[in-house]
Design a protein around this ligand. Sequence first.
Ligand code: LLP
Length: 434
Amino acid sequence: MKHGFLHSNIEERDGRLFFAGADTVGLAEKYGTPLMLLDEDRIRARCRMYRRAAEKYFGEGSKPLYASKALSFRGIYRIMAEEGMSADIVSPGELYTAASAGFPMENAYFHGNNKSDADVEYAVKNGIGYFVVDSVEELSAVDRIAGEAGIRQRILLRITPGIDPHTHEKINTGRVDSKFGFAIETGAAERITGEALSKKNVELCGFHCHIGSQIFDAAPFMLAAELMIRFIADIKEKTGYEAEILNLGGGFGVRYVEDDPKADIEAMIEASANTVKRACRECGVRMPRILLEPGRSIVADAGMTLYTVGTVKEIPGFRNYVSVDGGMTDNPRYTLYGARYTMAVANRADAEADFECTVCGRCCESGDLLGERIMLPRPERGDLLAVFVTGAYNYSMASNYNRVCRPPVVMIRDGKDTLAVRRESFSDMTACDI
Ligand code: LLP
């Protein structure tokens, strides 16, 4: 039986696994393992799909932002700039990485629930396009620091519409309980809007909401769109202010395992657009420019991680452990969320997957697992293990726990590989140690 390969950029040729048209076995020999591969063609194709769909369904001026928390290093911001994408950045570190890659700062949106004065100053100094203001304190800080810099800073306000994306319901209390945003139902959203309108050095350009991640259904996006347009209409009625921009956030789902659905992202965008248009008509507000903020769905299935198998421990009556040379340090998502992945033995990609095992990392911690109940051909020491769909929230969440070095990132374009991030060295790791 051949392994199901989940996405069209993964295939088997003569028993070897190919990713984005490149031989994974050859790449592992060339760069070593653990190794993170990125399908650059796929990333670019996704950007184009989002740009086209945003304009087609929401109209001119509507556009996608890449939520760069999903995967952040200089090369990715260069690609985003070339593809005409805007970017969501959430820390001065992401800002620095983007700016130092030449990403145009006027197209960057600064998120985060706790920006310090120093963060605000840094972003203003770098000419950030927009702050997505997330607290009363931040609004004051932005107003003061923009005033000192002699500019009028554009902002959006982060609003909590109160939706559970997985039950598709408006939650009257639950989602108010969040460190993010100003809730509509408590009146906080209306109060901060009034305050923002009264500030001299900020220009309120509109509102932002983000309802969650890994959403496969259009319904929660439609509900969020509806509530946000009603909020815009309510504000217009009470203050005369009519929002120019509405950012509907990210969260479009990605297929990690066979039983995940295939998300039809364009259909979700079209459905949200129909809701926005209808709600605007009904409420008598003009159609705002719509921003979308996908992260995962741009990079996740453009990623694959390769590991070398070290030990295989069979415990009769219990389970089989397969240890690899990475783990929670490069992919903490199973440890943190129980997130499931599809895996294959890359150098024997046509062999029958009849061995059930727990794939674990090299850290001195029992919870350092990459997956349980994984079916593989029985791995041997030296085999190459491929974990699929690792482009999002793997490298960006990697750590140096146990002083394990972070893997390199290799981009594949037209079947050709280039190093985008080199492997971390021991001296990189000790660079800050005095
Ligand atoms: N916009 C905002 C304000 C967000 O907070 C996020 C994700 C996004 C956009 C992008 O969402 P996406 O399209 O990637 O679903 N570490 C977790 C995911 C955390 C998501 C945080 N915010 C994971 O590994 O699943």
